[in-house]
Ligand binder design. Structure first.
Ligand code: TXA
Ligand code: MG
Length: 329
């Protein structure tokens, strides 16, 4: 961990780091973000690892402006109106993902939708311009801790981690962005309250539906759950053998033989590599023509917890993403 002023040289260094799959914490007008290249699954896996999130929640992808955002998501009338009105600023807009957008599945936690935001902070804008990359950036705090509003907060939380922290002073808003879902034509759902108020949103687009959440952050609206990633094939977890009409998602050096198709998350047993490979490999195995996917046991430690969480949701056929309404994680 190293704190640096956001001068020209440090911005160039930060961009270089991001292009190489490294992490950079940077200020936004809401809170500090822990940024990585959203098109690089290894970088996104590293974000989840550093935050020690027990699940792969979808991350907000930061872009310079609406034009840049349109490479990654499809903006309907409401989404366009909101972006015109509030960008750059503290509003994240959930829209359907563009099929050919460069953002990786892990950044969106396998969801067919993507949350995009153009931050107003000059350091965030400078970094986005310098890299030319979409930056996945959750709040730069370990899961379960308060969101950081100064570079010192980030430094204390991640003292022993390999990251560069750009110090842009205290965040002017100090509260995370508002998240709205515009992925269905004709309605706008408020998913998380934040820097842009419900009144501001209503002035811009009229009616806003407020999705209510259970205490654990799971959205209650069934319409939301239906749109989320569910694997097309059944999953059989903790498999130590495989049948010949199954596809195998292997982990470790000695996968059982005989599957219709085998892909190995990491033959060396590296959980970071496994997380980075997870979604892409599931997609390929789903198209293998197999009856179902057998998955070898994955250790329940570090990123293994988030990998197992995703696999268990898939096995239960209830894979879903969720929003944290007032959750500091
Ligand atoms: O102010 C902010 O938004 C900060 C700064 C760094 O930009 N970022 C932030 O990110 O708060 P994070 O990852 O801590 O919060 C992301 C929120 C979560 O509640 C997540 O569930 C929701 O956005 N979200 C992201 N993608 C989504 C999607 N495709 N559908 C529904 N919700 C989504
Ligand atoms: Mg957060």
């Amino acid at each position: 961990m190293r704190i640096a002023p956001p001068d020209k040289d440090r911005l160039a260094e930060a961009a270089e780091r991001l292009r190489g799959g490294g992490l950079v914490a940077f200020p936004t007008e809401t809170v500090y973000g822990l940024g990585g290249d959203a098109s690089n699954p290894g970088a996104v896996a590293a974000i989840f690892e550093v935050k020690a999130r027990p699940a792969f929640n979808p991350l907000i992808v930061h872009v310079t402006d609406l034009d840049a955002a349109k490479a990654f998501g499809r903006f309907n009338e409401h989404a366009n109106t909101l972006a015109d009105e509030f960008w750059p600023g503290p509003l994240s807009i959930v829209v359907p993902r563009s099929p050919d957008g460069a953002v990786c599945d892990l950044a969106c936690a396998g969801s067919p939708t993507i949350a995009l935001r153009s931050p107003a902070h000059p350091v965030a804008q400078a970094l986005l311009n310098e890299t030319g990359l979409p930056l996945a950036a959750p709040s730069a705090n370990p899961s379960g801790y308060l969101s950081p509003t100064t570079a010192q907060h980030v430094a204390e939380a991640f003292a022993d981690k390999d990251m560069l922290i750009l110090d842009g002073g205290p965040c002017p808003i100090g509260l995370e962005s508002t998240v709205v879902d515009c992925s269905q034509d004709g309605s706008v759902h408020l998913l998380r309250s934040g820097g842009v108020t419900l009144g501001d949103l209503r002035n811009a687009v009229g009616e806003i539906e407020v999705t209510s959440h259970a205490a654990d952050g799971q959205p209650r609206s069934p319409g939301m759950l239906a749109r989320h990633y569910a694997p097309r094939l059944g999953l059989r977890l903790n498999a130590d053998s495989v049948e010949n009409d199954e596809a195998l998602l292997a982990f470790g050096p000695v996968p059982p033989q005989g599957a219709m198709m085998t892909l190995n998350l990491s033959s060396s047993g590296d959980l970071l590599a496994a997380a980075a490979n997870l979604f892409a490999m599931l997609h390929v195995l789903e198209q293998s023509g197999a009856r179902r996917i057998a998955v070898m046991p994955i250790p329940e430690s570090g990123l293994g917890r988030a990998i197992n969480d995703r696999l268990r949701r898939g096995a239960a056929g209830t894979a879903e993403t969720f929003c944290e309404p007032d959750n500091p994680a």
